[in-house]
Structures are given as structure tokens and as C-alpha cells.
Design a protein around this ligand. Structure first.
Ligand code: ACO
Ligand code: KIV
Length: 514
């Protein structure tokens, strides 16, 4: 299997993401994790950019032992000297020099003629080679450069001593087919190309960075550059984790591999996200929170029967413990039963159907059903089984406005099937509800305590109300859970009454038959 070298630039191009600024301690922490991940080369910064960057690159170069450390420099002595200052103590000093080769960049940015660019490239590589045994030379904006010019300059910098040639798609412009052809072209027309490693460096402006990198590999690239989580200038760089996992999963096709420790990927991604502040989108390939989450019933059923039905990457491969079956409105009975079992509830078919219906009702109201939600449903069901209910909550309507008196209208069904409707006012909505319930139930319970909290997190968390009541000198309690605070309040009160009731003394006041 052909080995592809991994050149990580999270600490240089990744740090060029707008809004990202890593201090030396953070950079060192990421560098150590990149070393654990097994990157061949890490670009630790741009030493000429600032004193802080120089010091960070120096510290990383002195600390990291199992990956080669490099730094970026423009084609001038000042930048190369700064890089040498930072990198001279590393095991095998390695420099990365770049110079733009496209007409747009040469004319407008560098204000240099093509011949001047060749001279600057050659003299900077020669200068660097006096110090550095390894010099990578990058043709910035290679993808918008004239091909014959590219062949000429690459050939000359190789003669000047470059050991790696990088062909960056600096602005993420090329399609995979075009980028692949560029590599093929240089391999065919640069006579001394076999003396060097050939590297791909892709940006994601058109969302093709990973595909382009893989196309380069197919066409002769021996090194790939990118960042963890794809962070970087503008839309970012190629995601190294995507490239490495794609090579692994499709080794039958690419016949190439990296030597990354793939099970360190998730940990590296989490660390980079935490320290850079660049949140990984949930649907990001390989490392997104949803990458191994199955939500719909048919998929969940398939995965429970045989994981490979819907999983081409095992979560363990990248260091994630297991996949997750997320319960939501698209889930089916298989996944629901499985989750209930995990939580310790063995449900008979009839029970399963009942709780599953409650779950579906809830999932129409809530985006994601958490374990806590599920526990509520299952324990409520369990409690219901254990308790005979005299009153059942049926419906509630509350009118509330700062200019009006709060009014509640409730319908409660008795165990005999009678529907009782009542209405009352109160100084607040909850009091109006409780005043109404007092009219409905015949047991004169006295409310001692009322507590409200949320189950789960987020805006759509369930409301959980706990009430303490006194009846005939005995304290009891009740609990109600619902999407809405007011409904949970009513349910808690009814639950408390049910628990204190003596079924033999049933008598319902003020009935209104619907
Ligand atoms: C494609 C890439 O990602 S390239 C890397 C981009 N990264 C960075 O720029 C981050 C670090 N940069 C910096 O801190 C600053 O830009 C510095 C310290 C390097 C330079 O700062 P300044 O001296 O103020 O120059 P400034 O950034 O405004 O302009 C860049 C200069 O470098 C020149 N330049 C650009 N690329 C190169 C190159 N490869 N070789 C030589 N000169 C170059 C530009 O033409 C311009 O020169 P000019 O001042 O004669 O017009
Ligand atoms: C310095 C080079 C490699 C670069 O970052 C780019 O062209 O995108």
C-alpha cells in the first residue's frame, strides 16, 4: 500500500481562520496531540509573523520528537532567518517557503515579472538550503498559473535544492478532475520531479477540498496538507481526518494510506475545536456529533440488526465509543424498545405500544427525546400501572394577559368515564388552574409546596412540576410532566389527588357533562 505523508497545518493555515488566535500554551497542547495522532509533518506557524509566533514554533520544535516540525517563510532572507531561529534545534530542520506563480498574484500583489519570480524562488531556496536539510517550496496559487511557467519554475527550484514541491489550490478554484490533471501534467513534464515529494494543499471555497486532495493522490501526490476539522483561511482547508478516513475506508480504490493513528482523530478534533473556538458542525463528515447518530426508524432497525447496513465508518475507528440511536419523531419500535431495555425497562408488547404512543406524541412536540425524557415516560407509565387513577387530566385552556384576570378551564375524566368541566380565576395562571381543580375534585387537598424544574436541556426541555399536599392530616405528593409548565402543574395536582384518594368515597362536585 502506498504511504501518503500527512502535513498538518492546523497551527499555521488553521490559525489563519478569522477569529482564531491560539496562544503558545494552546499551540503546544495541539502540537502534542498532533504528534499522538501521528502526523508526519506539522507546520507550527509563521515565525516572521510575530515574536510570539516565533517563540511558539521554537517551543514546539524543541518539544515534539515524533513528527517533523516546520514553519512558513516568504521568499526573503528576513523570513528565512526568523524560521531558522525558530527551527534550528529541531531534529531535522525543515522549512516551507512559498511564492505566488499565477499572473494575478505576480502582477497585482507581488508586482514582479515572471522572470523576477523565478529568480526570487531559486535564490530563496538556495539560501534556505544552507541551513535546512529539508526545504518545501510552494507555488502559491498554482491552480491559476500558466502550466508551462509552472513546469519551468518547479524544475528550477528542484535544481536549487527543494526537497518537496507543493501545488496549492490557494483559492479553492479547481474541480477534482482538473486538480488531478495538474499533478499528472507536472509528473509528465518536469524532468527532475522524481527527486522530490509532491504535495497537495487544497482550500474549500467551493466545498471540494477533500475531493481535490484525493484526486491529487490518485494522480501522483505523495504528501497531503490540511487541517483538523478543516479550519483555515476563508472556507478552510482540506480536513485531514476526512482524507485519512476516506483512504482507509476506500483502500480498495485508492490503494494508498496515511500512517495516522485514526483512533486519535476524535480526540484531536475535540481539542482543536475547544481551543480554536471553531465549533464543529453536527453534520460534519467523520467528526460531527451526528456522524454516527441514526435518527430514523428504518435506519435504526437496520443498524440494530446489522451495523453495516447504514455505517460505512465504525465509530471506534476514529476513537468514538459507539454509535448512537437518537430517539426522535422518525424513530420506530425497534429502537425505542432497545433504548428502554438499555435504561432497564423490559416492556411487554402491549406496554411497548402504549408507551411508544406517548413517545410519538411527545416527539411531535420535541425535536430530540433525551434519556431523561424517556425515563420520565417510562417511570410515569410504571407509576400509572401501580396506581389506580380516580381522575385523569383531559384538557386545559388558560387565558392570561397582563390586563385580564387569569382564567383556567379544565376538563377531567373520572375513572367512570365522566368528563367534568370547570372554570375558575386566580391571581396567576397556576392559581387559576388549582382553583379550578379544587372545584372539580371532591377531596379538599391543601397545597403545601410547589416546585418547577426542567427535564433535559434546551428550549424544548420538558417541564416537571412537583407538589406537596395535605389531606386529612396526611402529607402526600404528586408529580406532573409536560411540554408546557401549566399542563405539568395541572397534572401534578391531579396526580397528588389520585394518590390520596380513597376510591370508596368517590363523589364529584359540580359536574358538567360534555
Ligand atoms: C496563501 C497563504 O496562506 S500565505 C500565508 C499568509 N499568512 C500570513 O500572512 C500570516 C502572517 N503574516 C503577517 O504577519 C504579515 O503579513 C507579515 C509580518 C508576514 C508581513 O507584514 P507586512 O510587512 O506588514 O506586509 P503585508 O502583510 O502588509 O504585505 C505583504 C508583503 O509581502 C509580500 N509578499 C507576499 N508573499 C510573498 C512571498 N511569498 N515572498 C516575498 N514577499 C511576499 C507582498 O507583496 C507584500 O509586499 P510589499 O509590502 O512590498 O507590498
Ligand atoms: C502557503 C501556501 C501553501 C498556502 O497556504 C496556500 O497557497 O494556500
Amino acid at each position: 500500500m502506498r504511504k501518503i505523508d500527512v502535513f498538518d497545518t492546523t497551527l499555521r493555515d488553521g490559525e489563519q481562520s478569522a477569529g482564531v488566535n491560539l496562544n503558545t500554551v494552546e499551540k503546544l497542547e495541539i502540537a502534542k496531540q498532533l504528534e499522538r495522532l501521528g502526523v508526519d509533518i506539522m507546520e507550527a506557524g509563521f515565525p516572521a509573523a510575530s515574536k510570539g509566533d516565533l517563540e511558539a514554533v521554537k517551543l514546539i520544535a524543541q518539544t515534539v520528537k515524533n513528527s517533523s516540525v516546520t514553519g512558513l517563510a516568504r521568499s526573503n532572507k528576513k523570513d528565512i532567518d526568523a524560521a531558522w531561529e525558530a527551527l534550528k534545534y529541531s531534529a531535522e530542520p525543515r522549512l516551507h517557503i512559498f511564492l505566488a506563480t499565477s499572473p494575478i498574484h505576480m502582477t497585482y500583489k507581488l508586482k514582479m515579472t515572471p522572470d523576477e519570480v523565478i529568480d526570487a524562488a531559486v535564490s530563496s531556496v538556495k539560501y534556505a538550503r544552507q541551513y535546512f536539510p529539508q526545504v518545501q517550496w510552494s507555488a502559491e496559487d498554482a491552480c491559476r498559473s500558466d502550466l508551462n511557467f509552472l513546469v519551468k519554475i518547479v524544475s528550477e527550484v528542484i535544481d536549487a535544492g527543494a526537497t518537496v514541491i507543493n501545488l496549492p489550490d490557494t483559492v479553492g478554484y479547481r474541480s477534482p478532475q482538473e486538480y488531478g490533471k495538474l499533478f499528472k501534467y507536472l509528473r509528465s513534464y518536469v524532468k527532475n520531479i522524481d527527486k522530490v515529494k509532491l504535495s497537495a494543499h487544497c482550500h474549500d471555497d467551493l466545498g471540494m477540498a477533500t475531493a481535490n486532495t484525493l484526486a491529487a493522490i490518485e494522480n501522483g501526490a505523495t504528501q497531503v496538507e490540511g487541517t483538523i476539522n478543516g479550519i483555515g483561511e476563508r472556507a478552510g482547508n482540506a480536513s485531514l481526518e476526512e482524507v485519512a478516513v476516506a483512504l482507509h475506508i476506500r483502500k480498495d480504490y485508492y490503494e494508498a494510506e496515511t500512517h495516522l493513528k485514526l483512533d486519535e482523530i476524535k480526540r484531536t478534533s475535540n481539542l482543536v475545536s475547544k481551543l480554536s473556538g471553531m465549533i464543529v458542525p453536527a453534520n460534519k463528515a467523520v467528526v460531527g456529533a451526528n456522524a454516527f447518530a441514526h435518527e430514523s426508524g428504518i435506519h435504526q432497525d437496520g443498524v440494530l440488526k446489522e451495523k453495516s447496513t447504514y455505517e460505512i465508518i465504525t465509530p471506534e475507528l476514529i476513537g468514538v465509543k459507539s454509535n448512537s440511536l437518537v430517539l426522535g419523531k422518525h424513530s420506530g419500535r425497534h429502537a425505542f424498545k432497545n433504548k428502554a431495555l438499555e435504561l432497564g425497562f423490559q416492556l411487554a408488547d402491549e406496554e411497548l405500544n402504549e408507551v411508544f404512543k406517548l413517545f410519538k406524541d411527545l416527539s411531535d412536540k420535541k425535536k430530540e427525546i433525551t434519556e431523561e425524557d424517556l425515563l420520565e415516560l417510562l417511570t410515569d407509565k410504571q407509576t400509572e400501572k401501580d396506581e389506580q387513577k380516580k381522575y385523569e387530566f383531559t384538557s386545559l385552556q388558560v387565558q392570561y394577559g397582563t390586563a385580564n384576570i387569569p382564567t383556567a378551564t379544565l376538563v377531567v375524566t373520572t375513572k367512570d368515564g365522566e368528563k367534568i368541566q370547570e372554570a375558575a380565576t386566580g391571581s396567576g395562571s397556576v392559581e387559576a388552574i388549582y382553583n379550578t381543580l379544587e372545584r372539580i375534585v371532591e377531596e379538599p387537598v391543601q397545597l403545601l409546596d410547589y416546585k418547577l424544574n426542567s427535564v433535559g436541556s434546551g428550549r424544548d426541555a420538558l417541564a416537571n412540576v412537583f407538589v406537596k399536599v395535605l389531606y386529612n392530616g396526611v402529607e402526600s405528593s404528586g408529580r406532573g410532566t409536560a411540554q408546557d409548565v401549566l399542563e405539568a402543574s395541572a397534572r401534578a395536582y391531579i396526580n397528588a389527588v389520585n394518590r390520596v384518594c380513597k376510591f370508596e368515597s368517590r363523589k364529584v362536585k359540580q359536574k358538567v357533562h360534555l
